[in-house]
Ligand binder design. Sequence first.
Ligand code: AMP
Ligand code: GLY
Length: 425
Amino acid sequence: MKVLVLGSGGREHALCWAISKSPLCEKLFCIPGNAGINSEAECVNIKINNFNSIKKFIKKEKINFVVVGPEEPLVNGIVDKLKKLKIKTFGPNKKASILESSKSFTKDFCKRNNIPTASYKKFKNYRKAINYIQNINYPIVIKASGLAAGKGVFILKNKSQSKKILKDLMVKKKFGNSGKEVVIEDYLIGEEISSLALVDGKNYIPLLLSQDHKKIFENDKGPNTGGMGAYCPLPYLKRNIQNKINKEIIEPTIKAMNKEERPFNGILYSGLMLVKEKIYLIEYNVRFGDPECQPLIFLLKSDLLKVLNNCVSKKLNKTKIKWKKEYALSVVMVNKGYPNKFKKNSIIKNLNLINEDQNTKVFHSGTSLDNQNKIVASGGRVLTVTSSDKNFNSVKKKVYQTVKKLKWKNSFFRKDIGFRAKKLK
Ligand code: AMP
Ligand code: GLY
């Protein structure tokens, strides 16, 4: 097969790395890719939202299979458009991608289908939202309903903080149309985990459970980011929890999406909050998580391309997935200042000193080549260093040995990835 991966992050690097090893993969392209993806795939400099150019490229290269990494093209209906051209594409169509594109839809969807989620109210009217927050218990969570690159969710301790956020979202329109409608929901206290499952419309295969670290600073302090590190599987978690997630979240979601004529095919990512014995859905994403994808793919023993192809062909009931019986842990290295303003384009030193083998891999996110062909840190999130080991404590040590070798002006990383593992009992 001639395969095209769309995207440019650590997630797409991991996908390309695994797909390039598949005996089914004749040739692999990535649009637009990055300086690391370059070593696994031919990167093509087309903007990811430029569908006409992507279409031309697919025709010219006779691509047979497309894997869509990020949410935006999915939400904009790329799968529907490629299906019309008879190109096999991994990812949900536009109708099914609403699970990620509208928090307001998702909350109502959960309610009418008995999928456990925090209690909430939705508002399109600023005045009504302001009235609502006058006499309620704090903290609360205010969310812009539309896509906001993980930045549209606010945890507020009191009325005055909440007023400011409502004004920013609904009057000042800081997130454009994404904040036209807001969801205000109860604040849940618990442990957050990520459940990713391959879904072919009817059948599903849960991937290993993982945990992301969304805050920029150690001990989960500071603003939310796209994710600063992740690991899988969860070493101390009770075994029966996957069963509970299947019964209470994944199966009802698949069934309800079919009932509502939005059959889901792709990765169903459920962000979950474990509150004592209960599980609540915090959000759905309709694609691999970044960075969760990196440790997951690192432990996958099966042929990823074959698995994704079986998913698109609705043959997951005939598919088995094998995992390395180890732990994988990824640490994201960023440009200092991210998720706010940061300086960029410093040369990354020592990449050539890293011994990449089956136990360590440096996945690239925001990297590019400067005019002297040197690799520079061009994005907010720059590298996802990933290691695996049979022992959870050793995997942490191993990954940080590599992280500490990699340096550039303004590099930053969290030193405590994995610290919540023991809390997940
Ligand atoms: P979301 O984009 O909906 O996943 O929200 C971003 C982050 O905000 C989540 O990963 C949680 O850490 C936090 N969050 C969202 N909703 C809630 C909630 N109801 N209670 C507590 N934390 C939440
Ligand atoms: N790691 C969270 C996300 O991909 O949205």
